[in-house]
Design a protein around this ligand. Structure first.
Ligand code: URA
Length: 212
């Protein structure tokens, strides 16, 4: 897996406010949205395009347009939903599929409880949205799901990642032959004993949507 930690000062600034325990939910949602748009810019560096010609008011110009099939954006429910608009701002024509995955807080293993994705992802570039790459169980399962449906290229966009999660995803993907990229705003120190990223930002879903 190729890893890109986006260390732009605006990204670091927004991430710092997201981490702050005193940041309220409306501010957290707005900043997460802005941060994802900045990450999306980095994450779409390899988005496929094809040459196209347009007529300007002055002359013909050579340009590009996104190729078909369109990219597929896959937010992991629930917290990944808070990243969807930020991603769609840059990729408004992308299709959106949904994966509902939940982490068992005792075993820390992920299981799928909902899925709305095309059956055939052959040739598709997929962008998985999951704010926290912690133990890696959820992201690993999500990537395996997309690979099994034929995805050609997968980019995971995460606000934060932990070294343990990256190691787990890399180990689980050892046999995966398609390119997989991780774009994140920060690589933190470690996980704590209950699987939270340290220093992290707490429970991303709760901070976006409250404790339910
Ligand atoms: N999920 C979160 O929301 N936060 C963490 O720190 C780890 C997993």
């Amino acid at each position: 897996m190729q890893i890109h930690v986006a260390d732009h000062p605006l990204i670091s600034h927004k991430l710092t406010t997201l981490r702050d325990v005193n940041t309220d939910s409306p501010t957290f949602r707005r900043l997460a949205d802005e941060l994802v748009t900045l990450l999306a810019y980095e994450a779409t560096r390899d988005v496929r395009t094809e040459p196209v010609q347009v007529q300007t008011p002055v002359a013909l110009a050579q340009g590009v347009k996104l190729t078909s099939p369109k990219p597929l954006v896959v937010p992991i429910l629930r917290a990944g939903l808070g990243m969807l608009e930020g991603m769609q701002r840059l990729l408004p024509t992308a299709e959106v599929g949904f994966l509902g995955m939940i982490r068992n807080e005792e075993t820390l293993e992920a299981s799928t409880y909902a899925e709305r994705l095309p059956d055939d992802l052959s040739g598709r570039q997929c962008y998985v949205l999951d704010p926290m790459l912690a133990t890696g169980g959820t992201l690993s399962a999500a990537i395996a799901f997309l690979v099994q449906r034929g995805a050609a290229h997968i980019t995971a966009v995460c606000l934060l990642a932990a070294p343990e999660g990256i190691a787990r995803v890399e180990a689980d993907l050892a046999d995966v032959s398609i390119p997989v990229l991780l774009v994140t705003a920060g690589l933190d120190e470690k996980l704590n004993e209950v699987g939270y990223i340290v220093p992290g930002l707490g429970d991303a879903g709760d901070r976006l949507y409250g404790v339910v």
